[in-house]
Design a protein around this ligand. Sequence first.
Ligand SMILES: Nc1ncnc2c1ncn2[C@H]1C[C@H](O)[C@@H](COP(=O)(O)OP(=O)(O)OP(=O)(O)O)O1
Ligand SMILES: [Mg+2]
Ligand SMILES: [Zn+2]
Length: 641
Amino acid sequence: MANRTDDAQAELDSVEAELEMVELQISELLEKQTKLNSRKNKLLKNLEGACSSAQPSGSSKAPKQAPFSKQDLKHYEKSDFSWSKEVQTKLSSVFQLSKFRPLQQAAINLSMSGKDLFLVMPTGRGKSLCYQLPALCSKGFTLVIAPLVSLMEDQLMSLKSNNVSAVTLNASSTKEDSKQVLAGMIDTNSPFKLLYVTPEKVAKSKLLMSKLEKAYNMGLLARIAVDEVHCCSQWGHDFRPDYKLLGILKRQFPNVPLVGLTATATSNVLKDCQKILCVQEPITLTAPFNRPNLYYEVCFKDNVDCIDQIAALIRGRYKNQSGIVYVFSQKDAEVVATDLQKKDILAQPYHANMEPADKSLVHQRWSSKKIQVVVATVAFGMGIDKADVRFVIHHTISKSIENYYQESGRAGRDDGPADCIVFFGFMDIFRISTMVVMENTGQQKLKNMIAYCQNLDRCRRAMMAIHFDEVWNDKECNQMCDICRHGNDYITMDITQHARDVVEVVEMAGSMDEKLTPLKVCDAWMGKGPAKRRKTIKVTSLSRLEVESIIIHLLLHGYFSEDFSFTPYTTYFYLKLGPKASLLKNGSHSITMKMRRVVSPATVKKVSESAGGKSSAKVEGKRPADSDNKKSVAKKVKTLP
Ligand SMILES: Nc1ncnc2c1ncn2[C@H]1C[C@H](O)[C@@H](COP(=O)(O)OP(=O)(O)OP(=O)(O)O)O1
Ligand SMILES: [Mg+2]
Ligand SMILES: [Zn+2]
């Protein structure tokens, strides 16, 4: 009797375990179905509106607003408005430009007609002109809200070089400067045409609001431009709480046309911005996201010789060319800049914790080519506009694809070829993960960025297109990403048993009440942990790189998940079993992943020295090319087991 009960109990346990697994699989499939359905709907809607390269509002991307047809767009692309002659003259005489880029003319005409407008245009395509030119053709001044002081300075510098009178009010303005600016706002002779302020200034300075009120009543507040408008929404990246308070502008000055500008906003983010800014029925103009002259590449980061690789690129492929190296932290900015200086590279750091005067100096020295490289944190990001930036190297991955698109978008703004290279390092993932731990969708956004880097078979542009809800034909990449250029240099590997083994490592630690950081998991699995663990662990013979790739894959796909632990000084990242880990107990469950073929860094081919050119970025095995490397030998590819 007892035996029969035991048998029944055992069978019940096994059935329950199996049921649990089935439920997990169902929820996994349902999740996949929801994602696919949403993607399908987006693609269908995009296909409807994809007839023209520009997508006027009224397409699926626009927030609710007055219908704006292609006919309307055509109308606003004309040059027979009462202001057209002046606009055309100033385009060439002030900005020294011969013709408009796509959507600029329509945006300017819409803004001059007094319409509220959201302009979504790729990085570096000339959004600024769409409010700067109307500012010069209107009475009074245009108020520009910009999120970063560096961005304002960049714009002021370039406006000054064109003899356009523009001023700023920000935390580092002197009392005397502020007084002059505030007086100028209500001067009918309008001593300046553009006034740049931070959102904090609008939110906090009663003096500024009262002067704006006066200027409005005098008919001198011509237009409001909200640059990097996605900062309004906490669903966008780089959310800035003070942007949320900017609704006051449209409430107080309802008759002043507002233009919101961004390179990276999904339809939902735009809807949110519309609500926050209290704009009733904006027209949205959206240009395709693609920057055809940028070459995208991802390299494995080897912490030991990453600096050597970056230095070799800068001294070789990018000799005498301007660029940016993005780093994770202020400390990294200092350290990497010093390391590059030691290798005879004219590099200087830029980060938020520097004195404003020092920041300006670095910016100016870089703009005037006195230094070659700025080693920067994200403080040197949005909007920075130097025409001939030939490379943007990420020493550490960005925290999201939006951020990466923005930061890499500093390159090639003159339409010339430029390279955007990310060094993808295992440990960096967890540094960023703990940094974004408080952000709403921080982990998911980071995972999208990791997936972009881990990807081995899809055009990098396609991955961005999917992210920005655009329909994309991979052929349009024109071999301007490492995947399209070098083909499929990977093998597909069944990693089910490896996954079981490494999951067991984490499970075993858990049973000993021990938490493991990803680094410790790698070490333990490779037999480098404490002796008591080594005895029980099935030590792997995979290489470090393979071990790391598998752990990342398992984290991205829910077999592992993050387990944060907070101390007053720091946040720790531990690995714990994810919702899918139990699937591995099922004998029929299998996992495959694409794995790079490994090439030793010493075997990279010699590369030519021009950025972006077809021959320039030949990097075998996705390793960064070292054009200083005199020992270049024939490629030796080792295929993984
Ligand atoms: N019609 C044009 N013809 C040639 N160059 C142009 C034209 N309009 C703008 N530019 C140049 C000027 C700038 O150096 C460069 C980038 O313009 P900018 O307004 O700073 O880009 P953006 O604001 O769209 O990019 P971001 O999103 O990175 O801020 O393009
Ligand atoms: Mg800009
Ligand atoms: Zn591609």
